[in-house]
Design a protein. Structure first.
Length: 157
């Protein structure tokens, strides 16, 4: 996903030949991200700007995925993820990884969240058949949702 849609730079050469560079990168929702640095003599500023734009875009994506996973593992089905800088597929892949090392509470909340998805969404996200989704929901996700509701009730959420 291309999260940075435009980039511009200005630079000024210093007495020692190095340049002070100021880059402004605009993301897909119109937010700007500034970067100022000292470039060595002869540095390819446009190439550096392209690398910075790519890295910034990746950082926005990873940050959003991390926030989404954190929200799901904490709030379960009560959390509404955002998909501005990342895709559903990227988040599902990260959720699968998070589940492998999740604490009991986190695993329950992940199950609760997944239980809130439609069967079609689960089929697409995990490459399952309709029968496999039914089994998953019955044996794992519905019990997790019930347990999550009990946890919320016991903790006053």
């Amino acid at each position: 996903m291309a999260n940075i849609v435009s980039s511009a730079l200005t630079s000024s050469v210093q007495k020692d030949g190095r340049s002070i560079v100021h880059e402004i990168h605009t993301d897909l929702v119109g937010l700007t991200h500034d970067l100022t640095y000292m470039a060595e003599i002869g540095a390819n500023l446009n190439a550096a700007m392209a690398v910075h734009a790519t890295n910034l875009g990746i950082g926005l994506e990873l940050g959003e995925v991390g926030a989404n996973i954190g929200g799901v593992t904490t709030l379960g089905s009560l959390f509404t993820p955002t998909f501005v800088y990342s895709t559903v597929a990227e988040n599902v892949a990260a959720l699968r990884v998070a589940y492998a090392t999740a604490t009991q509470h986190e695993a329950v909340m992940i199950g609760d969240y997944l239980n809130s998805l439609t069967s079609a969404q689960l089929q697409t996200a995990f490459g399952l058949t309709a029968a496999q989704v039914t089994t998953l929901k019955t044996n794992k996700l519905a019990p997790a949702a019930t347990l999550a509701a009990s946890i919320r009730s016991a903790t006053g959420q």
